[in-house]
Design a protein. Structure first.
Length: 231
């Protein structure tokens, strides 16, 4: 699925009428220690690197992907622990104006480069086809860490309505392919209209003091209850 030409929902046929989204909740004024948040949302290195490599190679069976798996499961290797709230972020840094690149860097600082995808470089359908498929393959091989991450994974979209619709549309195709669960999605509003963000309680714009707000936003995505969006 290509990027949207205009803001709004992604059109298409055959997708489920219901997509999970996360209902925003207010946690203003709460201080979240950086290292505590990072531990809760960051996936083990071999998972992050393998997913990124699968996307870049466009092949879940690429030699380097297999190597990451084999090294993590070598005799004597300590079993990896899944994070409590695994997150993946898609960001359209152009939507953030002059703060866009800084916001991207801050997100990468909090959760690692491999869990933050710039949409100009990695399209959401590529993540679904290769990155998520890599996680699913590891799980099918008996990797309990990968299995739990796949089951608990949540998506964050940092952008405007068009960007959010694009990502939701690609994730919705998982229903067609019977690849469940479909990861629920939270929003960091960077566009101008941000009607979807308002509808689900994420606000109409990102605050000026975004450097402190970004930690609260990620924590909110991790903890928010799931709502259903009819389409």
């Amino acid at each position: 699925m290509n990027s949207p030409d205009t803001p709004g929902w992604v059109s298409g046929s055959g997708r489920s009428a219901v997509i999970d989204s996360l209902r925003g909740c207010t946690i203003s004024g709460v201080r979240i220690p950086k290292e505590e948040l990072k531990k809760k949302i960051t996936c083990p290195d071999y998972i992050r690197l393998a997913m990124t490599e699968a996307i870049q190679a466009k092949d879940v069976d690429a030699a380097t992907v297999v190597q990451f798996y084999e090294e993590a499961h070598a005799e004597g290797a300590e079993p990896a622990e899944p994070p409590e709230f695994p997150l993946i972020v898609f960001i359209n840094s152009k939507s953030g104006g002059r703060h866009g690149p800084e916001l991207k860097a801050r997100l990468q600082e909090l959760m690692g480069e491999e869990q933050v995808f710039e949409l100009s470089a990695v399209k959401p359908h590529e993540f679904v086809q290769y990155g998520l498929a890599c996680l699913e393959k590891f799980a099918s091989l008996g990797d309990n860490c990968a299995k739990e991450i796949r089951e608990k994974l949540r998506i964050v979209v940092a952008g405007g309505d068009g960007t959010v619709g694009w990502v939701l549309g690609c994730l919705g195709e998982l229903n067609q392919q019977d690849r469940l669960p479909v990861p629920p999605t939270g929003i960091i509003p960077l566009g101008t209209g941000n009607d979807l963000s308002r509808s689900f309680g994420w606000g109409g714009s990102f605050p000026f003091n975004w450097k402190s707000a970004i930690k609260r936003s990620l924590d909110k995505v991790a903890r928010s209850p799931i709502a259903h969006l009819d389409r």
